[in-house]
Design a protein. Structure first.
Length: 156
């Protein structure tokens, strides 16, 4: 019988990463020439853990940090988002198991300061955690954003 991997196991699976690959094919139309760094899940988790209370980071800042660390032109937009999602769920798994400290994933926003509906509990849970840290969350249509998020950004 197949046993589903836990989020912690997914986070710990490096999948032969990190690596740097040339930008080519369809990616080159959007990202141009150069190289793309693909972090391992634990690298993204480690960066997210460094965001202090009251501060924020976006996926784009994480991508820039990955690119800089691995001396690449860009950090992979797809895997960075996926690994942040895995880190968020692993953190909730840890919290449910009684861990006193886990990755403060709610401080990691999408581009433009948008809350991430794919995080545990959806945008309402993220909104509550951000409000508890003093951030004002506003609605733009059906999407939620942190007002003035730029002032709270940190570079990982």
């Amino acid at each position: 019988m197949y046993k589903r991997e836990t989020w912690r196991e997914k986070l710990a699976d490096d999948k032969d990463l990190p690596k740097v690959v040339p930008i080519g094919g369809k990616m080159s139309k959007k990202w141009g020439e150069g190289t793309c760094a693909i972090a391992c899940p634990r690298e993204i988790d480690a960066m997210m853990k460094k965001v202090p209370r009251g501060k924020l980071v976006t996926i784009n800042e994480l991508r820039a940090a990955v690119a800089k660390k691995h001396r690449a032109t860009i950090g992979c937009p797809i895997t960075t988002g996926i690994f942040a999602w895995i880190a968020a769920h692993a953190a909730e798994e840890d919290a449910a198991a009684g861990a006193r400290r886990s990755t403060p994933y709610w401080r990691t926003l999408k581009m433009g300061g948008e809350l991430n509906p794919k995080y545990p509990g959806g945008v309402q849970a993220q909104r509550k955690k951000l409000a508890a840290e003093g951030h004002k969350v506003i609605a733009r249509g059906k999407r939620l954003f942190v007002s003035g998020y730029e002032r709270a950004l940190v570079r990982p």
